[in-house]
Design a protein around this ligand. Sequence first.
Ligand code: URA
Length: 194
Amino acid sequence: MGEMEDLEVVECTRCPGLAECRSRIVNGVGPADADLLFVGEGPGANEDDQGEPFVGRSGTVLDDALRTAGLARADVRITNCVRCRPPDNRDPRREELANCREYLDREIDAVDPTVIVTLGKVPSEHLLDRDVAVTGEAGDTFDCPIAGETRTVMVSVHPAATLYDRSQETTFEGTIQRAADLTGAGGQSTLGSF
Ligand code: URA
């Protein structure tokens, strides 16, 4: 299978409800060989509009934290558990996550990242396949079997959490810095532990 086929879904109607509502399929962005792969929940209105993950307010929070850690958005890969916007910003349903899982697995396999950072509860629980208390586990890494390989998964709070709870900002920035440190990318941490 070609590289683009591993990374880009061009046509899919596995979730009829989502296929009907979406403007487009939102594929991952960033280098096909990135060390750091961020996995969000699913496209929101801005992402559905622009065809790129994390381009709304959450994206600005992520970009800022990356910059603080000495990284640019262009250095990392960013994708989502589901590639079509769930209507009314509801969480993706179990069957929608399952329908899209093959695409995520294929992307993880192709990119072969050093660290996968799960942004929020939905992607954390989806990849780790258990209940996750994201605030308590933020910055922790876990060995996780994904598509036949053991991957390093780091739990993070969702960037949007920092918008309604300022105390989450330190947690989020600390997690991104820790992920950058693990890949040897960006500047070394001046934040210490959090
Ligand atoms: N939140 C997500 O989980 N994913 C996006 O792409 C944007 C916001």
